[in-house]
Design a protein around this ligand. Structure first.
Ligand code: SF4
Ligand code: SF4
Length: 382
């Protein structure tokens, strides 16, 4: 039998995307707090021409038609938008399961009632610590009591309450007190997510990064509480990526299920994508959402596996983690197509190990001051 000449390899086209199941509506980047680990972009002033109420309703309608089912109203502080109730009501009418991600500042009895009437399903309340001193220091505000009042309002209006506390070197030793506070406030779920190092947290990494021993001690406390309290409050503990040897499946895959809309209508496959070079980020003011999701350069840049370099492209774990986080690859390896350096197979993994080692050593005699997130004025069209 004659040998058949091998045909030249065809580029593998990613499969057409499924629906964007998870829509994150970042209503505003304004926030009364100034957290040192804030996940908003450090240059967020460039997103400040906020969408109007009508534009947001149009986005919610288009996303729902594409198949979005879960909707998070986030920010900044979404309660700063006085049209939040109207947006929640519209989202409810469209059939979304809605979640408000809030610092609690601005949640009054009147607004809580209006949000309940509008059909809000779920509230996630963030605390910075279990002590007033550290909560207020890390957010550069006096908000500890206000948050406790917000927690009481959430319970009084019969929402399932998810509390969230971002962990780092300063509050890891308080993890038992944070859990006790969540129990006392009646939280059904407590998310103890260690800081990931992007945006403002990256600027403060040297002051926030814990030691491995501190992380392990806190994890042991969490485990002890899990055994004691059972289902009364579910405790989620997320280790910082830097202490793992495989990356997380960031966004469950780029452009697979997650769609984030920045306050000015910029659409992103991840809320940090604006930090990546070379992406032509589309805007809902200029393009229908269906074509943004299916056809735009930004949403297709890291879909599938064709964009990958070695070691990811031939790795048998790529369907598990999709090569990790593109922002982390860019920030640590200087190449958004590289393997996430958190991965022990990455040629840049040593850099992560070095950062972790630096965190184990004694702090310098004159540590750098913490950088608090600052708030420029906003232009909000009506
Ligand atoms: S992390 Fe802090 S400053 Fe940033 S949006 Fe949340 S509450 Fe506001
Ligand atoms: S080499 Fe790439 S695909 Fe393989 S485990 Fe590491 S990050 Fe994931």
């Amino acid at each position: 039998m004659a040998a058949v000449a091998p045909s030249s390899p065809q580029p593998v086209q990613p499969a057409p995307p499924g629906p964007p199941l998870w829509l994150l509506a970042e209503l505003t980047y304004q926030c009364p707090l100034h957290c040192v680990f804030c996940y908003n972009p450090t240059d967020y002033t460039r997103y400040q021409r906020e969408l109007t109420t009508r534009e947001w309703i149009d986005v919610l309608t288009q996303a729902r038609a594409l198949g979005a089912a879960q909707l998070g109203f986030s920010g900044g502080e979404p309660l700063l938008r006085d049209d939040l109730e109207e947006l929640v009501a519209e989202a409810h009418r469209l059939g979304y399961y809605t979640n408000l991600l809030t610092s609690g500042i601005g949640l009054t009895e009147q607004r809580a009632r209006a949000l309940k009437d509008a059909g809000l399903d779920h509230v996630q309340l963030s605390f910075q610590d279990s002590t007033r001193e550290l909560n207020d220091f890390l957010s550069h505000t006096r908000t500890f009591e206000l948050k406790q009042r917000a927690a009481a309002l959430i319970k009084a209006h019969d929402w399932p309450m998810v509390m969230n506390c971002v962990l780092h070197k300063h509050n890891l030793p308080h993890v038992d007190k944070i859990i006790e506070m969540a129990l006392a406030l009646g939280a059904e779920y407590l998310e103890l997510a260690n800081t990931q190092y992007y945006g403002w947290a990256l600027q403060n990494r040297a002051q926030l990064l814990p030691t491995r021993a501190e992380l392990e001690a806190a994890e042991a406390v969490v485990q002890r509480y899990r055994e004691q309290i059972g289902q009364r409050c579910r405790l989620l503990y997320v280790v910082p990526d830097y202490f793992e040897d495989r990356p997380k499946a960031c966004m469950n895959g780029w452009g697979k299920v997650f769609l984030s809309i920045a306050p000015d209508g910029t659409a992103m496959p991840c809320h940090n994508a604006g930090e990546l070079p070379g992406l032509q980020l589309p805007n809902v003011r200029e393009q229908p959402l269906a074509s943004i999701w299916r056809d735009s350069q930004a949403f297709n840049a890291f879909r599938g596996y064709g964009w990958m370099k070695e070691p990811c492209s031939s790795c048998d774990e790529k369907e598990k983690d999709f090569g990790g986080c593109r922002c982390q690859a860019y920030l640590l390896a200087g190449d958004a197509r590289a393997a996430d350096p958190v991965c022990a197979k990455s040629p840049q993994h040593e850099q992560v190990l070095r950062i972790v080692r630096q965190g184990q050593s004694a702090p310098p005699a004159a540590p750098q001051p913490l950088v608090f997130r600052s708030n420029p004025p906003v232009r909000r069209p009506r």
